[in-house]
Design a protein around this ligand. Structure first.
Ligand code: NDP
Length: 494
């Protein structure tokens, strides 16, 4: 089935405009000859237009009030529900993920919109005691200003919603640079915001290369930057943003361990680990990259994982029964395949590998490797369907291995032993840790973020207090009532 490519534009000040840069396109990674969308990239001219529009829209959006903003977000959630199936198919074609994952991602984005819309009815600010009886001391939250949003392709809808929904609720305006591989999904989301009644200039979307993201985050008109993506790009952004004194929130890569103890429920652990390592074709920052088996857990977990990984069905995301889709692009496929080859050259053994479909799709076979900490794949994030099984003689060694990377995003521990649970909760260096659960998945109302190189040490994503701290400025107000003439006269007579 060949479909006519979509022609995409940038959203600036409420209008859909053509870019003045180069011709670009997104393709279906399962059928690389199929072009999903074409567009002309944005340049400094469109960036300037978007920033001017975002600045001009700030006052009215702030004055519209939190209840009105909440209504707009609820309408956006309802529209996304109506359009979910169409956007899920588009996401599967453009990013490669299987249809059920695309539906799940859109479901998560809808929940996120409703959750942040609910902030309209939650209390804000605190009243403090005052030394004077005629004075009230309270904190007030005000918008930060223009927020620069830069997002990756692996969750092309949900990650932008995690950022844009709270930015809007707290009265900010947004200039969003989406990933080059998934522009059509970004445009579908921007259309939802427009149709939900977000005024012109409040959300602006630019399609363009990474360098455009670099210009956006460095611009002094951008008061806060929220970024999700790779560590090297994150470091560049940190220098640009912190250097000029703006706010920064960043979620970067992960190298997430799953520690399996001999007393674990091995079949359940193997189910969770297989899903966490391989679903979304391993292209999740929270994917399980290492399985650390303690003592006698090694052989049973190896056998259970080998069975599951070897049986995974790989194919185009829109095909019935497929569990693992292609990688996002041929470039990503070559990188992941190269990393697996390198691991084998360094001494890793392939324990299990799923079969690949025919054709020229960007496929890599889901792969279970075994090896030790000397392998570079034991430390470097490989963004694909591959996980490394390692041995640890005891819990101390397992915790040391779990912590032996520069990352610290998520971790899981499979055991029934509460003393091991307590130790791991305290000692495993991860921002999110699950006991008897997968390294993937999180709740929108709970804070999400990593330690070490996986995040920037500031307010996290999700969770109501966390987003309020990032997307609003806290002021402390001392309000003393001054009596008017009539009250003063009455006081003098009393
Ligand atoms: P990248 O860092 O390559 O890209 C992310 C975004 O940044 C894209 O929009 C990209 O644009 C843009 N960008 C690229 N260069 C620059 C620059 N110099 N300045 C500003 N923006 C720039 O990451 P990927 O898209 O490859 O995403 C995969 C990475 O994201 C993995 O490392 C993964 O672990 C991480 N990730 C982290 C998550 C978390 O919550 N911790 C969640 C999901 C992913 P363009 O696409 O045009 O290059």
């Amino acid at each position: 089935m060949t479909t006519t490519p979509l022609e995409l534009n940038h959203l600036i000040d409420g209008d859909w405009v053509t870019g003045s840069g180069d011709t670009a396109r997104s393709i279906d990674p399962a059928r690389p000859s199929e072009v999903v969308a074409t567009y002309t990239t944005a340049t400094t001219a469109e960036l300037d237009g978007a920033l001017r529009a975002a600045e001009a829209a700030r006052g009215a959006w702030d004055r519209a009030g939190v209840l009105a903003r909440g209504r707009v977000l609820r309408t956006a959630a309802a529209l996304l529900e109506e359009r979910a199936e169409r956007i899920a198919v588009l996401m599967s074609r453009e990013e490669g993920k299987i249809l059920s994952d695309a539906r799940g991602e859109i479901g998560g984005a809808i929940e996120t919109l409703y959750y942040h819309a609910g902030a309209a009815r939650r209390p804000t600010g605190v009243t403090y005691p005052s030394a004077s009886s005629d004075e009230v001391v309270r904190s007030v939250r005000r918008p930060v200003g223009v927020v620069g949003v830069v997002t990756p392709w692996n969750f092309p809808l949900q990650i932008p919603v995690w950022k844009i929904a709270p930015a809007l609720m707290w009265g900010n305006t947004v200039v969003w640079k989406t990933a080059s591989d998934t522009p059509a999904v970004a445009v579908a989301l921007a259309e939802v915001f427009v149709d939900a009644g977000v005024p012109g200039g409040v959300v602006n979307l630019l399609l363009g290369p990474g360098s455009l993201g670099g210009e956006l985050v460095a611009d002094p008109r951008v008061a806060a930057v929220t970024f999700t993506g790779s560590v090297p790009v994150g470091h560049r952004i940190r220098e640009a943003v912190i250097g000029r004194g703006a706010r920064l929130q960043m979620e970067l890569g992960g190298h997430n361990p799953a520690v399996v103890l001999p007393d674990a429920d091995i079949p359940a652990a193997a189910d969770f680990i297989t899903a966490a390592a391989m679903s979304s074709t391993g292209q999740k920052c929270t994917a399980t990259r290492r399985v650390i088996a303690v003592g006698s857990a090694y052989e049973p977990i190896k056998e259970a994982l080998a069975q599951r990984v070897g049986a995974l069905r790989v194919g185009a995301g829109l095909e019935d029964g497929v569990e693992i889709g292609p990688l996002v692009s041929a470039r990503a496929r070559d990188e992941v395949a190269g990393a697996i080859d390198r691991a084998v050259q360094q001494g890793a053994a392939v324990v299990a590998q799923a079969d690949l479909p025919d054709g020229d799709g960007a496929y890599v076979a889901p792969t279970l490797l075994e090896g030790d900490a000397s392998l570079s794949i034991a430390r470097e994030e490989v963004f694909g369907p591959v996980t490394l099984l390692m041995r640890a003689p005891d819990v101390d060694a397992a915790i040391d291995l779990a912590n032996a990377t520069d990352f610290g995003l998520t971790a899981s521990v499979f055991t029934r032993d509460q003393s091991v649970v307590r130790r791991c909760l305290d000692e495993v260096e991860a921002g999110l840790i699950k006991i008897n659960g997968p390294t993937t998945g999180s709740e929108v109302h709970a804070p999400f973020g990593g330690l070490k190189q996986s995040s920037f040490p500031g307010p996290r994503e999700q969770g109501s207090d966390q987003v309020a701290d990032f997307f609003s400025v806290l002021k402390t107000a001392y309000v003393r009532a001054v009596p008017n003439d009539a009250e003063r006269t009455r006081e003098q007579h009393d």
